[in-house]
Design a protein around this ligand. Structure first.
Ligand SMILES: Cc1ncc(COP(=O)(O)O)c(C=O)c1O
Length: 393
């Protein structure tokens, strides 16, 4: 059977690997040698599962929408990651990685963040585990996601605004990697998505796979069988999507739809639709699709949504697209905004702008009335209220 999972060398098809500076070689190799042993150990599982249950509030509900299902002519479920502690799926990953960091004897945590959700989730687990925390965040994002900056500071993290490039997620990640190169011995880098050198994409996907594990159980309860016809999620680096599809990757009965940020439109030069626009290259330690110029310079992405504003994509998703296992749809800013208002008015749920891109894909698909569709609502809209109100509909 074909598998879309990572192989023993850290590749998904031709994507993935670990392209890192020499100075990081020792800590990345150490991580590669350690992560599976720890993640699969009984002691880790016990602590991780207990925190997911009692601290995060899992399982997150699988909610069958009524009015939205009517509108799109299918049975549309929302996987409510927005109801997790700290407001998004990001905490599933940070809890796992901080438990790993502690077992590896690390004392200092660094992270990058775009929308601030991963930064808040990292600052939260650092408070919980009494670890020093530095979060790198582009200055553009510091401004557009200021509520999350205040939360991180209140939690005791130091937020470092980054002023290179267009001052968004790519630039924050560059700075975090620079920091890691300067402190490889005591510092653990909690990457917030399925990006970076092997083993990060696989490790983050595993830690987020609790989402599809729960979807299976919940669908069995609701529908009498454990698979949907469609799974839909937005992709920035790809972690909520990876978690949503993890246990269905090799089940071809299930169609996978990924929504990436079209920005102002994929032909306008103001877009972050990496899978549509990217070419093969290397970014932040992995071979994947990258938005780049003819001579290989990384191009500045653009999206209204800070969490999707990234010129790369996880290697798992690059491979899913290359092999046509997944359908990838660009959703533009205006479509995401309209979808955010639609969910708010039809179901009384205000979504994060990132998640609104997944909702914006619904319009582009044709469902049969009996189709079971599960869409992951990766986060809540509190952090985006200023922007959502600016475009009031
Ligand atoms: C709510 C939410 N959804 C989605 C994303 C995109 O990240 P990923 O593709 O890793 O799920 C982010 C990133 O910050 C986010 O905050």
């Amino acid at each position: 059977m074909k598998t879309y999972q990572v192989n023993e060398n850290g590749y998904y098809g031709e994507f993935g690997g670990a392209y890192i500076p020499e100075i990081l070689h020792k800590c990345v190799t150490e991580l590669q040698d350690t992560y599976l042993k720890v993640l699969e150990s009984e002691a880790f599982r016990r602590e991780y599962d207990q925190l997911l249950r009692d601290y995060v509030g899992r399982p997150s509900p699988l909610y069958l929408t009524r009015r939205l299902s009517q509108k799109y002519g299918c049975r549309l479920y929302l996987k409510r990651e927005d109801l997790n502690h700290t407001g998004a799926h990001k905490i599933n990953n940070t809890i796992g990685q901080i438990l790993l960091a502690r077992r590896m004897g690390k004392t200092r945590i660094i992270a990058e963040t775009g929308a601030g959700q991963h930064g808040v989730a990292t600052a939260t687990v650092c408070a919980l585990m009494n670890m020093k925390c530095v979060v790198y965040m582009g200055k553009t994002d510091v401004e557009r996601q200021h509520i999350n900056v205040q939360k991180m500071e209140m939690l005791g993290a130091r937020v470092e605004p980054v002023t290179s490039g267009n001052m968004t997620l790519k630039d924050a990640t560059n700075e975090a990697i620079r920091d890691w190169c300067c402190h490889p011995a005591d510092t653990y880098y909690i990457i917030g998505s399925t990006v970076g050198p092997h083993p990060y994409p696989d490790m983050v996907a595993r830690l987020q796979s609790v989402i599809s594990e729960e979807i299976k159980k919940q669908l069995l309860e609701h529908e009498g069988h454990d698979y949907p016809d469609y799974l839909i999620a937005c992709v920035g680096g790809g972690s909520n999507a990876a978690g949503t599809i993890y246990h269905y990757l090799d089940d071809e009965r299930v169609k996978i739809v990924l929504a990436e940020a079209g920005g102002e439109g994929i032909t306008t030069g103001k877009s972050a639709a990496t899978i549509q626009l990217g070419k093969k290259g290397i970014i932040h330690g992995a071979r994947t699709l990258v938005m780049q110029s003819e001579d290989g310079q990384i191009e500045e992405p653009y999206s209204i949504s800070a969490g999707l504003d990234y010129p790369g994509i996880g290697p798992m998703h690059a491979n899913l697209s290359a092999t046509r296992r997944a359908t990838v749809l660009p959703v533009n800013d205006d479509e995401a905004l309209a979808a955010a208002y639609e969910l708010t008015r039809l179901e009384g749920i205000i979504p994060a702008l990132e998640s609104a891109h997944a909702l914006g894909a619904l319009n582009k698909l044709n469902f049969r009335p009996e189709d079971i569709v599960v869409l992951t609502l990766s986060g809540r809209g509190d952090k985006d209220i200023d922007q959502l109100l600016k475009y009031k509909q």
